[in-house]
Write a protein that binds this ligand. Structure first.
Ligand code: TPP
Ligand code: MG
Length: 547
């Protein structure tokens, strides 16, 4: 018999499930778990706001495909997690959020930070529980991780009353540890439907694939690459699936967003749309696909198969598993004319922007900044993108180099400014060997700037480029279009703030850039610096995103 702490029982489940980091801010309610995790080599990354901890957990999942874990103390620590949990909910990303909770004996006595957290979070997570019995901690935490990853992924929530977390006298012999919490096999599709699908693909003359988060979380990169190469089909990747077939593959045309004119033209001219693990939303609205287009849809969630679009055929199953069913039925195919049209349309678009990409104007043209950043993106680069217009430029103009290598505010419909710094930190922790560049608007940067302190404490070397138009630019841009008469904007302008001084103050390396010709050298020096770094680039507020 050996006695252990409540926190040890949780940490043991994490160890078994491969959790490497927990993001959060300490609090008495959760400290035993933090300490026990540390004992088992699961590192606690202390952030400067629990919202950022939740975004880091999400970023971890977006770049690894595995569950991300975050925690906050009871009350305000918990409420600060909420924006991140809601983002993971809307965007279907597997995270486990853990909140502190008062001692059961003090419930409803205005104990420090105690309030009813479960009703708040229950409406938007897949599973929310308070562990009723310390001996059942492994069962509840194992179940929570299984729920986060099972079927269509999403966030889950756990809380543990303080006395159960703090108790040190659990008899390990009496604790039930299952060997497996997460089922390793995934559901396959109906085999007759798979045959029909193969025939549809063989008959199509102008097919396209739109692949999203479901493709990423099923790990279908190899299968999709095989499919597009063998059958000569153009692919448009989006959300967490962005880059699942890298943009360096000649079949990867551009982002799978109908805001991109080439993606929209491909949809309009195709004769078969294969939708792999992605939902409609503001970047692919119902109206963006004409109702008479034949759609073949693959999704792990049966109800999502018919959501928003009238389909010709649906394959319910895990994307990777279903593609492995489909591939043996598909021969080598060629669509040279169709591929040629799309590639040429893409090149034409590049031509339209060639002048702006070289523009020497002061303040700097946003497209020039994108062109400069592009030069630093190689196969080992993770791009993180945050902001309003800044993100639109970045999402549409910067290449995605592989699965989990583009983490963006637009990885779903929730669109919370401020994901940039936390996503970048999580990406670097997950892939220390990769170059992590964060492109962010100046407004968005304000949400996570203090996380440079986190970078300093843990030696996390990321490089940020701020597109600084001293404005909440996207809102100004959209309101300016609607304005009927000159009127001073309300609450839209920021200042030409010297964010580089902020970062220097926190211990990082940073530079200010006001001229286009200085961008390259500054980014190069920032990337080569041994410190977390930042380049603050002053851009032209008059040039809003317009495609
Ligand atoms: C948390 C949050 N608050 C407000 C918004 C609304 N919003 C969308 S874009 C935008 C402007 C973003 O400004 P900035 O990050 O500087 O990027 P820019 O548009 O200037 O390139 C705002 C305020 C939002 N998406 N998220
Ligand atoms: Mg701005």
């Amino acid at each position: 018999m050996s006695n252990v702490r409540g926190g040890d029982l949780i940490a043991k489940v994490f160890k078994q499930e491969g959790v490497k980091y927990i993001f959060g801010i300490p609090g008495g309610h959760i400290y035993p778990m933090m300490e026990a995790c540390d004992d088992l080599g699961i590192k606690f990354i202390g952030t400067r706001n629990e919202m950022n901890a939740a975004f880091m957990a999400e970023g971890w999942a977006l770049t690894t495909g595995k569950v991300g874990v975050c925690c906050g103390t009871a009350g305000p620590g918990f409420t600060n997690l909420i924006t991140g949990i809601a983002n993971a909910s809307c965007n279907k990303v597997p995270i486990l959020a853990i909140g502190g909770k008062a001692r059961t004996s003090q419930f409803d006595r205005n104990d420090l930070q105690d309030f009813q957290q479960l009703p708040v979070v229950s409406s938007f997570v897949k599973y929310a529980r308070q562990c009723p019995d310390g001996y059942r901690l492994p069962e509840y935490f194992g179940r929570a991780i299984a729920e986060a990853l099972n079927n269509c992924p999403g966030p889950v929530y756990m809380e543990v009353p303080r006395e159960k977390m703090e108790a040190t006298d659990y008899d390990l012999d009496k604790v039930n540890f299952q060997k497996t919490w997460v089922c390793p096999t995934k559901p396959a599709a109906d085999s007759k439907a798979v045959q029909e699908a193969a025939q549809m693909i063989k008959d199509a003359k102008a097919p396209i694939i739109i692949a999203g988060s479901g493709a990423f979380f099923s790990g279908a990169g190899d299968e999709l690459t095989e499919l597009v190469n063998r059958c000569d089909i153009p692919i448009f990747t989006r959300n967490a699936g962005r880059g699942i077939v890298p943009d360096t593959n000649p079949h990867a045309i551009c982002i799978g967003s109908s805001i991109h004119p080439v993606c929209k033209a491909a949809i309009d001219n195709s004769d078969l749309i294969i939708i792999c693990g992605t939902r409609s939303g503001y970047t692919l609205p119902k109206a963006s696909i004409p109702s008479d287009k034949p759609i073949l849809r693959i999704d792990i969630d049966g109800a999502s198969i018919t959501d928003q679009f009238d389909i010709k055929l649906g394959l319910v199953g895990d994307v990777k598993t279903v593609l492995n069913q489909l591939l043996p039925l598909l021969p080598e195919m060629k669509h040279p004319e169709w591929m040629g049209i799309l590639r040429q349309t893409m090149m034409g678009m590049g031509g339209m922007m060639a002048d702006a990409a070289k523009s020497p104007q002061v303040p700097i043209h946003p497209i020039r900044l994108m062109a400069e950043i592009r030069q630093f993106i190689d196969k080992d680069t993770i791009m993180v993108i945050d902001g309003g217009d800044t993100a639109s430029w970045g999402n549409l103009l910067l290449p995605a180099m592989g699965p989990g290598q583009t983490l963006t505010i637009a990885n779903g419909s929730f669109g919370p400014l401020g994901v940039g710094m936390p996503y970048a930190i999580a990406a670097k922790l997950a892939h220390p060997e990769k170059k992590v560049i964060l492109l962010t608007g100046d407004g968005a940067f304000g949400y996570g700037a203090m996380e440079y302190d986190t970078c300093m404490r843990y030696g996390i070397k990321i490089t940020t480029v701020i597109l600084n138009d001293a404005c909440w630019g996207m809102i100004k841009n959209s309101e300016a279009k609607k304005a009927k008469e000159a009127k001073p904007f309300v609450g839209l302008y920021l200042r030409e703030t010297h964010y580089e001084e902020v970062v220097k103050g926190l211990g990082g390396y940073a530079e200010l850039v006001t001229k286009s010709e200085d961008i390259h050298g500054a980014i190069e020096r920032a990337l080569n610096s041994d410190l977390p770094s930042l380049v603050n680039v002053m851009t032209d507020v008059k040039i809003g995103f317009n495609f």
